[in-house]
Write a protein that binds this ligand. Structure first.
Ligand SMILES: [Zn+2]
Length: 364
C-alpha cells in the first residue's frame, strides 16, 4: 500500500531536523505550500503559518512541530571530538552503543558516532538519557555550533507501518499539508489556520511564543496534530487518537466534539471507521502551551512505536507509525471541512431532551 498522501510523509521524514535547526524541514514545507499555491507567512521566530478563510468567524488552529530530539555540538575537545548537548528526550543507551550520528548543515552531512562514556556517576533512567552532555567523534572539522541526529535508515514502508527516523512530528506536519491541499478549494464553514512550529522538543518553545504573542484570537480552538507513545487503549493500528489530554493538561470538550462530529460524518458511510480516544499522558504537546493563555484546545495523535527513537528499554531504533492511523487522521481533518459549526446544544440534543421514561422516576 502506498498512497499519494504517504509520499509527502516518506519524503519529509527522511530530512534531518532537531530543535533550533529545523530549516531543512521549513524549506520543504515552504516548497510544498508554493506548489499548492497556498500563501504562507513566517513569523519572527521562524514558525510557518497558513490560513484558509471559512464562511464563519469560528477558527480552528492546527499545530504541528518541525523539530525532533537530537544533539547540538557546542565545544571542540580535540580535532575529531566535540561536546554535544541533548535537545529533547533521547534513548539512554545511545551512549553505550557507539551510536552512529550525522552532523548536518546546509551543504553537507558529516558522519560520526557517540563515544562510550566512562562516567558512572549518572543515575540511570529506565529509558531516557539523563546526562547533560555526550562526546561525539566525527571524521572532519565542524563549525560550531552544529546539529546532530541519529544516522538511521531512510524512511520505508514495511507491511502496514512506516519505519522512519522521524515520525514525531513530521507525521503531524504532513497530515496538515495533506489536509490543506484537499481543503484549499473547499468552502468550509470553519476558518482553518495551520502553524508549523519550532523547538517543541525543548519545551514547546515555538508554540509558547505564539500563545504569548496573543496573535491568535482568543476564541479559536487549538488542535495539536502529533504522535505520542503507544499506551494501553492507544494502540498502533487501531486508528488515530482523539486526544483528551496530555501529561500536563486535560483538554477541552468544545474542541473534541468538533473532531467527534467529523468522525460521525465519516461513519455515515463507513461504519467501521477506526479511531481511538484517550488521555495520552506520557508526553506533553503543544495544546498545553495555549491552555494557560485561555485558549480551548484539543488534539489528534498517532500511536507511536519507539517514541523518540527509543525502544522501551532505551535502545536506539527508528520510529514507527501505522499507515491506517495516518490515513484516518487525514480523513478526520478533511471531514471537518464538511461540517456545519458544531453547537453543543445540537451535539448533545439526545441527552438534553428528556425521555418519556423520566416520568417513571417520579413518585416512588
Ligand atoms: Zn516528541
Amino acid at each position: 500500500m502506498k498512497s499519494e498522501e504517504l509520499s509527502t510523509f516518506l519524503n519529509i521524514s527522511g530530512i534531518p531536523t532537531t530543535s533550533f535547526y529545523e530549516y531543512k524541514i521549513s524549506n520543504f514545507i515552504q516548497n510544498e505550500l508554493n506548489q499548492m499555491g497556498l500563501e504562507f507567512t513566517i513569523d519572527e521566530w521562524g514558525n510557518i503559518e497558513i490560513f484558509i478563510e471559512g464562511t464563519s468567524e469560528e477558527e480552528l488552529v492546527f499545530i504541528s512541530h518541525m523539530d525532533h530530539p537530537g544533539f547540538e555540538l557546542t565545544e571542540k575537545i580535540s580535532d575529531s571530538k566535540y561536546k554535544a548537548i541533548p535537545l529533547g528526550g533521547l534513548p539512554k543507551n545511545c551512549e553505550n552503543l557507539s551510536t552512529p550520528i550525522i552532523v548536518f548543515d546546509n551543504e553537507k552531512i558529516v558522519k560520526g558516532k557517540i563515544l562510550k562514556s566512562s562516567d558512572s556517576s549518572i543515575v540511570e533512567d529506565y529509558r531516557w538519557l539523563t546526562k547533560k552532555e555526550v562526546i561525539i567523534e566525527v571524521n572532519e572539522s565542524i563549525d560550531l555550533p552544529a546539529p546532530a541526529v541519529f544516522d538511521l535508515p531512510e524512511p520505508k514502508i514495511s507491511g502496514n507501518q512506516v519505519i522512519t527516523p522521524v515520525a514525531d512530528d513530521l507525521a503531524g506536519c504532513s497530515i496538515i499539508l495533506e489536509t490543506f491541499k484537499k481543503l484549499k478549494n473547499v468552502k468550509t464553514k470553519y476558518s482553518m489556520r495551520a502553524i508549523f512550529t519550532r523547538a517543541e522538543e525543548v519545551g514547546l518553545v515555538g508554540a509558547r511564543v505564539i500563545a504569548d504573542s496573543k496573535r491568535i484570537k482568543n476564541d479559536s480552538i487549538i488542535v495539536s496534530i502529533e504522535t505520542s507513545s503507544e499506551l494501553p487503549g492507544a494502540v498502533s493500528g487501531l486508528g488515530p487518537i482523539i486526544r483528551a489530554g496530555d501529561r500536563i493538561s486535560t483538554f477541552n470538550n468544545d474542541g473534541e466534539i468538533i473532531l467527534l462530529s467529523a468522525i460521525q460524518k465519516i461513519q455515515e458511510t463507513d461504519k467501521g471507521f477506526k479511531f481511538q480516544r484517550q488521555l495520552m499522558n506520557l508526553g506533553g504537546c503543544e495544546a498545553s502551551a495555549f491552555l494557560p493563555f485561555g485558549y480551548r484546545v484539543t488534539g489528534i495523535t498517532l500511536p507511536l512505536i519507539n517514541w523518540h527513537n527509543s525502544t522501551p528499554d532505551g535502545n536506539v531504533e527508528p520510529e514507527r507509525i501505522n499507515i491506517l492511523d495516518y490515513e484516518n487522521a487525514i480523513k478526520i481533518m478533511t471531514n471537518i471541512g464538511k461540517l456545519d459549526i458544531v453547537e453543543p446544544e445540537k451535539y448533545y440534543k439526545r441527552l438534553i431532551d428528556l425521555p418519556d421514561e423520566a416520568d417513571r422516576l417520579k413518585g416512588n
